[in-house]
Write a protein that binds this ligand. Structure first.
Ligand SMILES: CC(C)(COP(=O)(O)OP(=O)(O)OC[C@H]1O[C@@H](n2cnc3c(N)ncnc32)[C@H](O)[C@@H]1OP(=O)(O)O)[C@@H](O)C(=O)NCCC(=O)NCCS
Length: 187
């Protein structure tokens, strides 16, 4: 384990986390990143905005995206892996226009069998450290389904504040759901 606050994790979770490496993605990860993301999207009722049929990136598209993020000073792609397998992903996409270049928009997921073991917290700790180190990013923002108690808990634990509720912003399987907007200011 390379970073992240581990003091609050139970013993078995600490053992599990000791196997986890967190690093920036590189273009050669593209194929595995796509396979990972497709697997997560296939979960029924997953609280992510993208639906399975809507994710049509090719390996080449993904390579370019990873490469662009690696060159950017306000975007990043972090992955968590164990024994060469991707078990978690965190992406931050920075604003392109001058007035929003200090803002980066975060999205993340952890593979189902690795949830609740501290991987999300470790990815988030890396992302916050990265954002602070850029000297450019001053605000991290994200959207989360209001019913996603686990994600909300993690984000609030990491200092994110709820800034707004977009009522019925989501329609999933015929059900309207609220979306929360959250933000973290870095100084
Ligand atoms: C949300 C997600 C990224 C978090 O990653 P993770 O590795 O499971 O997170 P962690 O284990 O670091 O932390 C989870 C925390 O939520 C807590 N938690 C779990 N279920 C909970 C619930 N129903 N209510 C409140 N807290 C809950 C855990 O106890 C843990 O807190 P603790 O460290 O204080 O014990 C991951 O669960 C995930 O990929 N979910 C599906 C995709 C998703 O929802 N992505 C977020 C979109 S905004």
């Amino acid at each position: 384990m390379e970073a992240g606050k581990q003091g609050c994790l139970p013993y078995d979770a600490r053992v599990a986390m000791s196997q986890v490496t967190i690093r920036k993605a590189v273009p050669d990860d593209a194929e595995r990143l796509l396979a990972y993301f497709r697997q997560v999207l296939e979960e029924p009722d997953i609280d992510l905005l993208t639906s399975p049929g809507e994710f049509n990136y090719t390996i080449d598209d993904e390579r370019k995206l990873v490469d662009e993020r690696a060159r950017s000073d306000n975007s990043v792609f972090l992955l968590a892996e164990v024994d060469g397998q991707i078990i978690g992903l965190l992406g931050c996409e920075g604003g392109k226009r001058r007035k929003v270049r200090h803002v980066t928009v975060l999205g993340m997921s952890v593979r189902k069998d690795w949830r609740d073991r501290g991987v999300g917290k470790a990815l988030m700790a890396h992302a916050i450290n990265w954002a602070k180190s850029t000297g450019v990013v001053k605000r991290i923002e994200l959207s989360v389904f209001a019913r996603n108690a686990r994600a909300l808990h993690l984000y609030e634990q990491c200092g994110f504040v709820i800034e707004g509720r977009r009522r019925r912003a989501i329609c999933q399987n015929g059900e309207y759901l609220d979306l929360l907007e959250m933000g973290l200011l870095l100084d």
